[in-house]
Design a protein around this ligand. Structure first.
Ligand code: PMP
Ligand code: GLN
Length: 387
């Protein structure tokens, strides 16, 4: 007898990032869909990892991460967010943000718990909530009058909170819209959760890519929010190395203890030479991540300048390496079908936004990744300007 598979995720297909990247490869399109840079990590970092590969750092790392990397993460967090992390009890290195998010959700969410996520929501959250037996409640971001800027809708979030709400997942700097949080947003969130038995999971993978002189306001920077927060970051974005799959979770000791119970059996520990190499590099060159806003802002500005003569409507992204373009003056086709058609027909691949939403409130908008060399951006923009 062949056992029947009764899927635990019956409605789930393949992630849009894989679908669009595969289509771009098949058709030879310029791939501005899945977010990854077209340039390499810094040589000095690769050299340090290489050194550790040749000098014995090839066996299991400690389950929570190497002391050297946890120390470097703590120093960075204190420098940038004024939060002094306890290296032993508040930092855990994990296999990219994806594992961190999964382990955090699995550790916190119980059967029947409600979890609030903000649409458009990164696509790894809901499957993890489903597998934990939780119930996802989606609250759309608010679009401003010009139709260009996205903000958290605290009123709707407040209306959705209930005694069953166990967790709220936030993602600022926000993929795909580039929305960021103000100091008032953090205070407002604190007020909303103050008397509730509810935790916060903050996906901050774009922490170092915020533009126009704005700071990144981590949940770790806010004394009250920090007590109930797990903050997830990724070295993939910070070092132009999305293929390395290295990140970390910063959380107060009582939450870290629960996080580690899951982390130790999701993956146990993370690549040892990579951790040593990143620790050395972070300690010797904090200037690298400090240079990221200017580096990516220049790319954003170049891409926007190239698109100025096009028929797309847009506001320059406020963070991340994604630019949202509104195509309503060009087509009224549904975004997912248009993204696929344009990949085949014009040779530029992008990511539709409605796949990250319960209702298609983002309408006629597509996301384009500008973490590319100037030649690629020029070629893609040239094609987009002909539409
Ligand atoms: N969260 C968001 C918002 C992302 O954009 C990504 C991927 N880029 C991740 C999580 C996953 O990060 P990682 O590749 O480190 O697993
Ligand atoms: N986070 C990346 C993006 O938004 C994709 C990551 C992935 O492919 N899983 O494009």
């Amino acid at each position: 007898m062949k056992p029947e598979i009764s899927s635990k995720l019956p409605k789930l297909g393949t992630t849009i990032f894989t679908v669009m990247s595969q289509l771009a490869t098949e058709t030879g399109a310029i791939n501005l869909s899945q977010g990854f840079p077209s340039f390499d990590p810094p040589d000095a970092l690769i050299d340090r990892i290489n050194w550790h590969l040749h000098n014995g750092a090839n066996q299991y790392a400690p389950m929570p991460g190497t002391p050297s990397l946890r120390m470097a993460i703590a120093e960075k967090t204190e420098r940038l967010q004024r939060r002094k992390l306890d290296v032993d009890t508040e930092v855990t290195v994990c296999t990219g943000a994806t594992e961190g998010l999964f382990s955090a959700i699995t550790a916190i969410v119980r059967t029947g718990d409600e979890v609030i996520i903000l649409d458009p929501a990164y696509d790894s959250y809901e499957p993890a909530i489903d597998l934990a037996g939780g119930i996802t409640r989606r609250v759309p971001l608010k679009i401003d009058e010009n139709g260009s800027d996205f903000h958290p809708d605290w009123q709707r979030l407040s209306d959705t909170l209930s005694d069953k709400t166990r967790l709220i997942i936030l993602n600022f700097p926000h993929n795909p819209t580039g929305a960021i949080l103000t100091a008032e947003d953090l205070d407002q969130l604190a007020e909303l959760v103050r008397d509730r038995n509810c935790y916060l999971l903050s996906d901050e993978v774009y922490e170092h890519i915020v533009f126009d002189g704005e700071p990144h306001r981590s949940l770790a920077s806010h004394d009250e929010l920090w007590q109930r927060s797990m903050v997830i970051c990724s070295f993939g974005k910070t070092f132009h190395a999305t293929g390395w799959k290295l990140g970390y979770c910063a959380a107060p000791a009582h939450l870290t203890a629960e996080f580690r119970k899951v982390h130790q059996f999701t993956t146990f520990s993370v690549s040892t030479p990579m951790q040593h190499g990143i620790a050395d590099f972070l300690a010797s060159d904090p200037g690298f991540y400090e240079s990221l806003p200017a580096f990516y802002q220049q790319k954003r500005d170049r891409f926007c300048e190239l698109l100025a003569p096009s028929r797309f409507k847009f506001q320059p992204a406020r963070s991340t390496f994604f630019q949202i373009l509104d195509y309503s003056d060009i087509s009224d086709e549904i975004d997912e079908s248009l993204a696929k058609r344009w990949t085949r027909e014009i040779g530029v691949a992008s990511i539709p936004l409605t796949v990250f939403c319960e209702t298609p409130f983002t309408g006629t908008r597509l996301r384009f990744c500008f973490a590319k060399d100037d030649g690629t951006l020029e070629k893609a923009a040239g094609i987009l300007c002909e539409l």
